[in-house]
Structure formats: structure tokens, C-alpha cells
Design a protein around this ligand. Structure first.
Ligand SMILES: [Zn+2]
Length: 289
């Protein structure tokens, strides 16, 4: 629980947020524990004590494709005033900045190969260092680590507080993936799936309304060729095979927070904040946005 208490402590340092530490956190290690941990493994590169005291969160979002982790990570990063760092964006940015790395990446992408762990971790380290120089007080990572090897490398680069594993029932996930649409003109993301499924084990019904496009985008919607039921199922299977050891890696370190999404954003967002002990002063407005 010490990681979670650290995260809560980090949140509490932010003035605008009222954070209530649960009893478990009060019994946790707190700052003293963090100092000890940093000294023990000698890997804490986050600068002096002062900086660590002012630090907010160093979180990772895990979750299978379609679960909406980008959305939740982005909302939380705004709320906590830390950057939302998606490794996909880092790769796109590197591709767009002329130089030897862009050439190397272009070749990889053109050949349909996967960008190596080394390249990703280099981009990420560079991004974290730049952020630290700019005075950023934390981050929320999205899309990384995907494999246990990446998790091990990341552990050598930075000290995470908390890993949030977002989960959604498979039927809902499938429907959401198949319902995904993108506007070919403005790039807007929408979802035509209307999800309404029976509760599990007497639990509440799950209802997720579609996210329909504005009229000007309606005729320009495209779906990804690989968003078919068969392909999505296969993608989820591959994801689970890769991610289970990653989840176990963080579970063993007491850093994994499992969160079952109860439905769409309006229902899930307040519950997620509650699970993270964050009180959002604009709760109603954010949920409706
Ligand atoms: Zn559009």
C-alpha cells in the first residue's frame, strides 16, 4: 500500500485538490518510506528532496485497446496538472523531427516493423528529462509499458507511484471497438455503438450511449479495417497474453490498482476519482463535458 499512499500524498500536495487519505494510507510508508526506497535501490533520479516533496504523481495507465485509457489519462493529467505522455505521440513527434532518428523510424514504420523497446525507452527518457528541466512535477504514462521487458527497463529509468489497470467487460469492449469511427476530414473520434448489457452476478446494468459525430462529420466517418469482431478478439487475446505478466510485475510491487469501469465516462469518471482519493471540485462539469 505504500505506493498508493505515496500517490495520495503526492496528490495532497496540490493545493486545489482535496484529498482524503484512507486509513490504509495513514498506515503506509509516506515520505519516509519513499526516501528509504530511493536510497535502497539508488535509482531515484528525480532530483533533490525538495523536488520530490513537490512532486505530484508518476502514474501509468494500463488497459486493453478500446478501454478508453487515453481519455481517462488525459482527464487526470489536466486535473492533476501533469503531462499525459503517450508513447504513440512520442513516436509520431520523433518521425516529424528531421534527423537520423526520424530516418530510422521511417524505415521501421515503412517496413511494417515494431519500434524497438530501446527506441521507445530512449524517447521516453528524453521526454521525462526535458519535463524535469521544465519543472514538470510528474506524469501519466499511457501505452507503456506493454511488455514485462519494457516494465523492467522503465523501472531502471523512473520510480512509479501507481499503475492503474482499467478494465471493461469483454462484451462492452468488443462492441466499443467495433463501433469506433473516425472522421476522415477532421480526425475526430466517435463511436456508434449503443451498449446496454445485463449486469453480471446481480450487478447493475451496463449502459454506454454512442458518441455520435456532429452533422458535418456524419458522411465522412471511416472505421479501421481491423476493427472487425474476429480481429478485435484476437487483438484482445494478444494484449492479455502480453499484459498479464506486466500486471503481475506491478501487483508484486504493490503498485497495481485494478479498476473495473462501471460504464461510460459519466459513470466511470467520478468512481475513478473516488478510487484514487481525488476530489474533483468540477466533478459535475467534467463528467458532463
Ligand atoms: Zn469531422
Amino acid at each position: 500500500m505504500s505506493a498508493i499512499s505515496r500517490a495520495i500524498r503526492a496528490c495532497a500536495s496540490r493545493r486545489n485538490l482535496s484529498v482524503q487519505a484512507p486509513a490504509a494510507a495513514a498506515a503506509g510508508a509516506g515520505l519516509a518510506g519513499r526516501r528509504a526506497a530511493a536510497g535502497r535501490d539508488g535509482r531515484d533520479r528525480r532530483g533533490g528532496e525538495e523536488k520530490k516533496d513537490g512532486r505530484r504523481v508518476q502514474w501509468v495507465f494500463l488497459g486493453c485497446p478500446g478501454v478508453g485509457k487515453g481519455t481517462y489519462a488525459s482527464r487526470l493529467s489536466q486535473l492533476l496538472d501533469v503531462p499525459h505522455i503517450a508513447t504513440g505521440d512520442l513516436v509520431r513527434l520523433a518521425l516529424a523531427s528531421p534527423g537520423p532518428l526520424a530516418d530510422q523510424l521511417t524505415e521501421i514504420v515503412n517496413n511494417g516493423k515494431l519500434v524497438s523497446d530501446e527506441i521507445i525507452i530512449n524517447l521516453l527518457s528524453k521526454r521525462l528529462e526535458e519535463g524535469e528541466e521544465k519543472g514538470e512535477l510528474g506524469f501519466i504514462l499511457d501505452g507503456f509499458p506493454r511488455t514485462i521487458r519494457q516494465a523492467e527497463i522503465l523501472e531502471g529509468v523512473t520510480d512509479l507511484d501507481l499503475v492503474i489497470n482499467l478494465k471493461l467487460r469483454e462484451e462492452a469492449l468488443l462492441a466499443k471497438c467495433i463501433g469506433r469511427r473516425t472522421c476522415s476530414q477532421c480526425g475526430g473520434n466517435f463511436n456508434v455503438a449503443s451498449i446496454d448489457i445485463e449486469g453480471e452476478n446481480g450487478g447493475p446494468r451496463m449502459y454506454m450511449p454512442p458518441l455520435l459525430p456532429p452533422p458535418e462529420c456524419e458522411s465522412k466517418l471511416i472505421s479501421r479495417a481491423d476493427d472487425t469482431e474476429e480481429v478485435v478478439k484476437e487483438r484482445l487475446r494478444v494484449y492479455h497474453d502480453l499484459s498479464e505478466p506486466v500486471e503481475e510485475f506491478y501487483r508484486a510491487r504493490g503498485k497495481l490498482l485494478e479498476f473495473n469501469l462501471p460504464g461510460g465516462i459519466p459513470e466511470s469518471w467520478p468512481k475513478l476519482l473516488q478510487a484514487l482519493n481525488i476530489e474533483d471540485p468540477d466533478n459535475k462539469r467534467s463528467a458532463a463535458a
